[in-house]
Design a protein around this ligand. Structure first.
Ligand code: ADE
Length: 242
């Protein structure tokens, strides 16, 4: 899968995604992440990429021309117009299921805005998806793009070595993950729950399921209402009363 990031700060993207699991997946050829410097496409003699907003107001607006030309050069290389995402707090919030869906694409383009925004006309021309990573305002779209690339990448087959870890985890079926323990069996006076040492896999599975439900009820009751529970579980854990 190929990610292309249109940005004024390409180093930010390259440095961050070159390491750890995502970096290894890129080395294996499962992913490719390319940062495109929008400034390379400006026709301004002083390499300017922004200007004052029409109608006045604070800050500067990123101009349409350099963004559009950077996009067109990319599209020419790729051979078609892939889904193109604009990171903005005005979009719907990014979710695990959106990450899964986007992992089906062969190519994705991300446009990172800065300053007060981007000229609306170029957004109308190239953007297919507006996405926010949460209800807060950041200084630019690079961090949100990297958050999305990380979450999408781990849904690409082969990126996670243990295939299971991609599915049995938080948000699967709208439940949070159960607690995990490793050696030693007792640490700081705290023992690992007995059931996990029992070797009884059925018991362990049902304990984990219960922990997932209890955690979700405690920390994310909003999620629990949409969780995939049996009628019996719904009654047992008081989901109808939430
Ligand atoms: N740009 C600035 N803030 C953002 C946010 N919360 N999500 C996506 N893009 C953004």
């Amino acid at each position: 899968m190929n990610f292309y990031v249109l940005t004024l700060f390409p180093e930010m993207v390259q440095n961050c995604l070159g390491t750890s699991i995502i970096g290894k997946a890129a080395e294996k050829g499962l992913l490719a992440i390319e940062a495109v410097n929008i400034r390379d496409y400006t026709q301004d003699r002083h390499l300017k990429v922004d200007d004052y907003p029409y109608g006045g107001g604070a800050g500067m607006v990123m101009q349409a021309q350099p963004i559009y030309d950077a996009y067109l050069a990319l599209v020419k290389r790729i051979g078609y117009r892939p889904r193109t995402i604009y990171l903005t707090p005005q979009g719907p919030t990014f979710t695990q299921s959106a990450a899964k869906a986007l992992a089906q694409e062969k190519d994705l383009i991300f446009l990172c805005g800065h300053y007060e925004g981007v000229d609306e006309r170029v957004l109308e021309e190239i953007i297919t998806d507006y996405i926010s990573i949460g209800d807060y305002v950041l200084t630019g779209g690079e961090l949100p793009a990297m958050v999305m690339i990380d979450a999408i990448s781990r849904m690409v087959p082969g990126v996670l070595t243990n295939e299971e870890s991609g599915s049995l985890e938080s948000f699967e079926g709208n439940l949070l993950e159960y607690p995990q323990y490793s050696r030693p069996a007792e640490w700081n006076g705290k023992k690992v729950p007995e059931v996990l040492m029992s070797g009884d896999h059925q018991k362990i599975e049902s304990w984990r399921r219960e922990q997932s439900i209890l955690r979700t009820r405690r920390y994310r009751p909003d999620l629990l209402k949409q969780a995939e529970l049996t009628i019996k579980e719904k009654a047992q854990y008081g989901v109808y009363e939430l």
